[in-house]
Design a protein. Structure first.
Length: 193
């Protein structure tokens, strides 16, 4: 089974990376590197949120009403528009008050300006949701199925992508038990040195 991250990355070709790099104002290599770090963090945030029944229900509702996978039918058009507003809302729900720490961490760990990392993440979030929405529809997943899928994908990422560096250490500076702190703990192998 193809992972959610593989599904996202397989849809983003070289032309799309070029467009995305122009939109965020970074070179293509930096954009690709930052995207490779941002996608697992978005996925981990979704996995953490869906581990609670109310979070899984909210995710299912969002996928059913706004993220059915249709965006994937014109991904290049979406990237050309560079509309970050839907992604801003998604990231706000996923990371809450720790969003800034995540964006700064992505920027620092990948060498991209944090403001550019924030814009990149805001553009990437709806793509992740579209892929997830399409899988939800195709596999007829309920809230439990969505949560299980995300937890499984989260574990796969942690096992297969240890090269992403020490991002987790940037996220739990205050030990407050927030979503991002929990993500960092759950992905220790993924981001650990």
């Amino acid at each position: 089974m193809s992972s959610i991250l593989e599904s996202v990355m397989s849809r983003i070709g070289d032309r799309d990376i070029s467009q995305l790099s122009r939109t965020v104002g970074a070179d293509e290599n930096s954009t690709r590197t930052a995207l490779s770090a941002a996608l697992p963090m978005i996925l981990a945030g979704l996995a953490k949120n869906s581990s609670r029944p109310e979070g899984a229900a909210a995710l299912e509702s969002a996928l059913a009403s706004d993220h059915d996978g249709g965006l994937l039918d014109n991904l290049s058009g979406f990237l050309d528009r560079g509309d970050a507003a839907p992604g801003d809302a998604i990231l706000g729900h996923v990371f809450g008050e720790r969003r800034g720490a995540v964006e700064t961490g992505i920027g620092k760990s990948t060498g991209i300006d944090p403001a550019k990392a924030a814009r990149l993440m805001a553009i990437a979030a709806p793509i992740v949701m579209a892929v997830l929405g399409k899988q939800r529809r195709q596999k007829q997943l309920d809230t439990g199925g969505l949560s299980d899928l995300l937890q499984r994908q989260n574990r796969e990422v942690a096992q297969t992508a240890p090269q992403l560096g020490g991002l987790a250490s940037l996220l739990d500076a205050d030990g407050d038990g927030s979503v991002v702190d929990d993500i960092a703990g759950g992905l220790g192998k993924l981001f650990g040195r």
